[in-house]
Structures are given as C-alpha cells and as structure tokens.
Write a protein that binds this ligand. Structure first.
Ligand SMILES: [Zn+2]
Length: 152
C-alpha cells in the first residue's frame, strides 16, 4: 500500500465514523425509556456498535452490501419501543443513505474501489483512469508524466 492509499483509507474511515455517530445520535433518545438504567446503557452500546459495524461493512464492501439500511434497522429495532419503530426506521434510512451516497461519490471519483488504488488521471473520454498507480505514486505508467507536472 502506498502512503496516498493509507491516507485515503484513514480519511474514509474517519468519514464513516462520522456517519455512524450521526445515525446513533439520531436514534439514541428513542431507545426504550422503560427499561432500567443498566439495560438502557446496554442498548445504547449495542445500537452504537451496530451502527459502527454497518458503516465498516459498507466501507469495506460497498458494492455487495445489499440494503444496508434494512440490515441495520433489523439489528437495532428490538432496542426501541413499538411507538418509535417507524421514526427509527426513517432515521436509519436517512443516515445510511447519506453514507451510501458518500461512498458512491468516492467510487465515482476513483478514490475507492474495494480498497484498491486507482490512477488519478482522467482518460481522453473523461472517465477516471482505472489502472493501478505505480508504487508510491498517484498515477499509472501511462499517466506518470502528470505526476511530474503536479510536483513541479
Ligand atoms: Zn492512468
């Protein structure tokens, strides 16, 4: 892995963490208010963990994770009273949708493709170059002249 890839991965992880916190924040106050303090804390922990796991899986496997919002909701719904189920489902859908959109943008920008780095150049057809960059570089062999230009 090159430094650039590691930086991107870190950045992505940071963003996914923000998304999982946002989802957690949007539902945490709806966690079953009738349980005792301990079970409430346990529920909070479980919900937070489920949010994080969903975002992690989404980041690692964006193309093959079908219906992540439904998966997350199924994971956490038992921690919420019946009266809040539809609100929780809505919040989860919104939050996961935002994260999915972000990931899709990353893939389109060529910054992410199953963790594999892509050349940063744009082809003559205006599409991101799909080739693998040279080691420690941002560009593939056919576009390496662009790197020299960027550095100059
Ligand atoms: Zn290239």
């Amino acid at each position: 892995m090159t430094l650039v890839v590691e930086e991107r991965t870190l950045q992505l992880q940071h963003c996914m963490y923000q998304y999982s916190r946002a989802i957690y924040r949007s539902v945490k106050d709806m966690i079953d208010p009738y349980g005792d303090r301990e079970s409430q804390l346990e529920s909070r922990r479980a919900v937070l963990e489920a949010c994080e796991q969903t975002m992690e899986r989404l980041a690692n496997d964006p193309l093959y994770f079908a219906k992540p919002d439904r998966a997350l909701f199924q994971d956490i719904r038992r921690h919420f009273p019946i009266t809040f189920q539809s609100d929780v489902a809505w919040a989860v859908t919104q939050g996961v949708h935002a994260a999915t959109q972000f990931i899709e943008e990353q893939i389109e920008a060529g910054a992410l493709d199953g963790g594999v780095a892509r050349c940063r150049a744009t082809t003559r057809k205006g599409k991101p170059c799909q080739r693998t960059p040279l080691p420690e570089r941002d560009y593939c062999p056919s576009h390496q002249h662009l790197e020299a230009r960027a550095a100059a």
